[in-house]
Design a protein around this ligand. Structure first.
Ligand SMILES: [Zn+2]
Length: 306
């Protein structure tokens, strides 16, 4: 657990795969129960409970699950938490709601990627009953206890991605990038299937205009708002996307693309902080970023907009 921000937000380290500093959950006291932004996967529910216990609270005190998007590393534990806490609700973008209530397809496509490692990595993902969901489009004002929570539609990483603005704090899920230490340039996690570069850039424009002191990243934790954060994210998004586009242009196959991309990315991270490469692979494996960008460029070419 890190120290609370001035506004009282606590960051819980979910110790994903026994690795610190990879997946975070953020906890806010609404004055009427707790709100948790991104509850993490089923496999780290024990760590979430231990983190809450460290705050003198428990799962039973949670009332609001503010999900930035439905990927397993952010929302996997939501159904289990709602089963165990009848008073709690989850909040999700309208384009993700159906997959949360019927996660079969989400789990089937994850199963194709992770195979026998599914359970060890992600644990159980239980369906969320539709009547326990508040479905959002972005642009609403939520009053949770004494907090005013503003969900913002921020696609690019996922077509159903939301950020949440609460006073001085801005919870940016994955659209704010991966930044595992202050020294690291933010990098864009670009897994399949929804990567959309123009949408991502537009989301960054919206987010950086907001008046907030602290950015909260799922990977990982609070960072002071700065132009350098957003500029670094946009620059690395262009670099990563350009590497995949150029590799495709040279006729590289998937294995070659992945190999060159991974080597370049891990070298750059290592130069910023030697501990980064090992942790980064748990936050978003580079091969998955390659897959997402290949899919993006292939669809762009099919639309004639590459
Ligand atoms: Zn993520």
């Amino acid at each position: 657990m890190t120290a609370p921000t001035e506004s009282g937000v606590r960051t819980l380290d979910l110790h994903f795969q026994d690795t610190p500093g990879v997946i975070a959950a953020s906890v806010l006291d609404t004055g009427d129960g707790l709100a948790v932004v991104d509850v993490g996967p089923g496999s780290t529910l024990g760590a979430l409970e231990a983190g809450l216990a460290g705050l003198g609270a428990s799962l039973a005190d949670v009332r609001h699950l503010l999900l930035t998007h439905i990927h397993l590393d952010h929302a996997g534990a939501a159904g289990t938490i709602l089963d165990r806490v009848p008073e709690a609700r989850a909040y999700v973008h309208e384009r993700g709601a159906a997959h949360l209530s019927r996660p079969e397809r989400l789990l089937a496509s994850a199963g194709q990627i992770y195979g026998e490692h599914m359970d060890r990595l992600w644990g159980e993902m239980r369906p969320v009953p539709p009547d326990r969901l508040t479905v959002l489009a972005g642009g609403e004002t939520l009053r949770l206890g004494r907090l005013e929570v503003l969900p913002l539609y921020t696609p690019g990483h996922a077509v159903h991605h939301l950020a949440y603005h609460v006073g001085d704090d801005l919870f940016v899920g994955d659209v704010g990038g991966i930044r595992l230490s202050e020294r690291q340039t933010p990098r864009a996690p670009t897994p399949p299937p929804d990567i959309d570069l123009p949408a991502w850039r537009a989301s960054v424009v919206r987010l950086r205009e907001l008046d907030a002191q602290t950015l909260h990243l799922a990977h990982f934790g609070p960072h002071p708002t700065s132009a350098a954060h957003w500029d670094g994210l946009l620059a690395s998004l262009e670099t990563d996307a350009g590497r995949v586009r150029d590799g495709l242009g040279r006729g590289q196959d998937a294995a070659e693309l992945t190999d060159t991309f991974t080597r370049a990315l891990l070298d750059e991270l290592r130069a910023e902080d030697p501990t980064l490469p090992a942790r980064y692979e748990f936050a978003c494996p580079p091969w998955m970023s390659v897959q997402g960008l290949v899919r993006y460029w292939q669809r762009a070419a099919a639309r004639g907009s590459a």
